[in-house]
Write a protein that binds this ligand. Sequence first.
Ligand code: CTP
Ligand code: CA
Length: 230
Amino acid sequence: AVRASPLLDLAEQRVLITAGPTTTAIDAVRYITNHSTGRMGAAMAEEALRRGAAVDYVLGIDKGVVHPLPPRGSEGRFTLVEVRTAEEMAAAALQRLPGATGVVATAAVMDYSVAAPSAGKLKRASDAIALDLVPSTDVLGSLRQAATGQWFLGFAAETDNVEEHGLGKLKAKGLDFLFANAVSKLGAEGQTGFAVGTNAGVLLTSGGARHELALGPKTEIARQIWDLIA
Ligand code: CTP
Ligand code: CA
């Protein structure tokens, strides 16, 4: 059978993708993170590679985090940088921004960092303790500030007023596109949000367009997002 020639509509693109959670250490053995597993980022990367793009992938690693599987034929077009903290993610992404034509920010960056992580292991005590948290780097914000003509796609997972919050972020962060989705019960398959294979939501553009994407595998959502922004 004759195979349809692959769609290479992203061949001119070099996409910088942030993905996964970031973590912040409390002490030598403990840390704080969130429920991100990096699946939306992996789906965005795999589809971009399939369509001919080069991908620089900055991944926050943690237990259970998914890595993209670069499709056959994409050899040499995928680079992976593994980081842990928001600060490391910002530094790694900023370093790769000048070569990028666009940015896809799927990472679930911790909004706060532990102010003074303990070098050793903290010992258990009977008193309550308080952890000082300080705001961490806005990775996407730093990239946007340093941009030299790149386009930007952000993601927002919201528990309420999904589209309203999404629109606010599209504008506040000066993005070209934002995909907003609802967060439903953790890990419940056939749902949206963290640690599931499926998603649904709305792609908003700076031009005022909105495209609703129905519930489907994250791979299918990624394909539709790339269709819309390509
Ligand atoms: N983002 C980022 N660095 C941060 C926070 C967010 O790069 N420190 C990026 C995310 O990757 C995402 C977008 O910004 O693409 C929106 O993230 P979100 O957490 O929804 O935005 P916040 O401005 O942090 O708002 P919220 O208070 O709802 O968490
Ligand atoms: Ca946030």
